[in-house]
Ligand binder design. Structure first.
Ligand code: ATP
Ligand code: MG
Length: 402
């Protein structure tokens, strides 16, 4: 087997003019961080492509490739082999490398790209010749130019030629951290982890804020949230999970306010505490998993009532998605199975039987006036503790104040 390399091609990054070199170095740093856990790889870039080259024959290229697929900022990724820039070397590499890659497929197409315009053959001729070599080596394959099962690509680049088959889409998006940091309101549900993923994909580092209501919510519920954060770290490196207890606020709401307003009042408390957390932890946006109309607290009127207390932009990337679409994404990113573990969330404690779906702000504020909000907020704030969860590390165990 020939030694494979990994090629990663930029997405939108290419458009970013002056920021480009900063984005590039963020990408390289992220790849090097991951490579450090896997083996000895050289990582360099040229011509809108990052080259990841194992330095010995024993490096786990496949594992590195799986990591690369989770790095935001690449439009496409592929494993490839490199060879000298002569047609003979390219033929030899194609014969040696492609049969294994093409096994099991019925039809293929061959494409070529020449960034070195000095190369004597033009792209269509290279493609045709290499296609011929593939057909010779694998007589069971046939060519299908419009809907091939797999595409073979030959790239004539600066120093070497590269051959590969089965290029895949990369994670897309823009490099992690290039847009600052957002505070994700992370419940144990399906939607908020997806929301966090989507905003990380658009360049935000993620801090998370989780509200618990011990003993109404269990220790397992908290562990589940840390597990979800850990799963998100596959994409966002590290998440500091800030945990705040809403127990007393919820009890006071239950004892003091009209039941149909419970959820809205609680959500306004959550927003206030999120404001303060964002400020202290230097986040510039709040992120939630809300989807318009999904539940009573996510009607337009209800969202207006909660947004009224927010002092930061509230990003709601799931707002226009159906539940089914959110579930599909949760499966893709790997958080779904954890999300459906059946532990109580604080929002499901003391849920009103008939929540207000078209609340009036003035009525909500009348309810709030019955409470000593500042004292309740301060008390909740004092319960905050933080757990840092990182990719490639176990979730810390000795946490919590329970
Ligand atoms: P999810 O699947 O994310 O739990 P949901 O459909 O259950 O969402 P709600 O429970 O109404 O909807 O919550 C809406 C959003 O509010 C969540 O997506 C999340 O961002 C935030 N949120 C809800 N509960 C909590 C919590 N316990 N801690 C932190 N944020 C929460
Ligand atoms: Mg929920």
């Amino acid at each position: 087997m020939m030694r494979e390399v990994i090629l990663c091609k930029y997405g939108e990054l290419i458009l970013k003019g002056a920021n480009r070199s900063r984005f590039e170095s963020q990408l390289i740093r992220e790849l090097r961080r991951r490579a450090a856990h896997i083996g000895n790889f050289q990582i360099r870039w040229a011509q809108s492509t990052v080259y990841i080259e194992p330095q010995t024959d024993t490096e786990d290229v496949e594992q590195m490739y799986q990591q690369v697929k989770k790095v935001f900022g690449f439009a496409s990724v592929t494993k490839a082999v490199a060879c000298e820039k002569t047609m003979d070397a390219i033929f030899a590499a194609a014969r040696a490398y492609l049969p294994e890659k093409l096994r099991g497929y019925k039809t293929f197409r061959c494409e070529a790209k020449r960034s070195d315009k000095m190369f004597p053959l033009k792209s269509p001729a290279i493609a045709a010749e290499v296609g011929g070599v593939v057909l010779e080596a694998m007589p069971n394959l046939s060519v299908d130019l419009t809907h091939p099962d797999i595409t073979v690509r030959v790239e004539i680049r600066d120093k070497m030629a590269y051959i590969h088959a089965g290029q895949e889409r990369g994670a897309g998006g823009i490099p992690l951290g290039s847009g600052g940091k957002g505070l994700l309101l992370l419940s144990g549900g399906i939607d908020s982890p997806v929301a966090g993923y989507m905003m990380a994909k658009r360049g935000l580092y993620i801090d998370a804020l989780h509200f618990e209501s011990y003993p109404y919510t269990s220790e397992q519920a908290r562990e589940k949230v840390l597990e979800l954060a850990h799963e998100l770290c596959e994409y966002c490196r590290e998440i500091r999970v800030h945990v705040i207890s809403l127990t007393h606020i919820q009890e006071v709401l239950r004892d003091t306010c009209e039941e149909e307003y419970f959820t809205l009042l609680l959500r306004r408390f959550m927003m206030e505490l999120a404001n303060r957390t964002a400020e202290e932890k230097e986040c510039t946006a709040l992120i939630t998993g809300e989807s318009l109309g999904q539940v009573a607290s996510q009607t337009m009127a209800a969202i207006c009532v909660t947004d009224e207390v927010a002092r930061y932009p509230v990003l709601r990337p799931c707002i226009g998605l159906d539940k089914e679409e959110i579930v599909e994404r949760a499966r893709q990113i790997g958080t779904f199975d954890t999300s459906i573990l059946p532990y109580e969330d604080c929002c499901t404690v003391f849920t009103p039987r008939h929540p207000k779906t078209r609340p009036e702000l003035s009525k909500v504020m009348q309810q709030e006036a019955r409470l000593d909000r500042d004292a309740l907020l301060q008390e909740a704030w004092d319960s905050l503790y933080t757990v840092a969860v990182r990719q490639f590390e176990e979730i810390p165990l000795d946490v919590g104040n329970v």
